[in-house]
Design a binder for this molecule. Sequence first.
Ligand code: NI
Length: 135
Amino acid sequence: MNKMKIDHIGYLVKNIGKAKSVFCALGFQPVSEVCRDEYRDVDICFLEKDGYTIELVSPFSDDSVVADLIKKVKNMPYHICYEVSDLSSGIADLRKEGFVPIGEPAPAPAFGMRRVCFLQSARIGMIELLESGKE
Ligand code: NI
């Protein structure tokens, strides 16, 4: 298994501005502006507290990858993202553990166009893999 480092916890929210205010009241500091991801039709911003990074994700259209999910679950954490140095090899490792990729790896504007891939496990649900920033 390749080394996997936790990068963030993805938190689905209906209103990113209002959610951000609440997290700030809880002591989180914003560490990014709100970034629009046109690939997935979501707005994203990052907050940090005590070494933890939370990614707020909010769909802005019914075509969003999380449009159906937010109708079901409303506001809640929904994935842990792990950084790996090699995305293909990381995906291969996880396939052996029963994970199935949800779509192809694709660039993520919120991460400077580094590639991400979501995977599903029947046992623990969804996780995200993020390619490390090595050049
Ligand atoms: Ni994420």
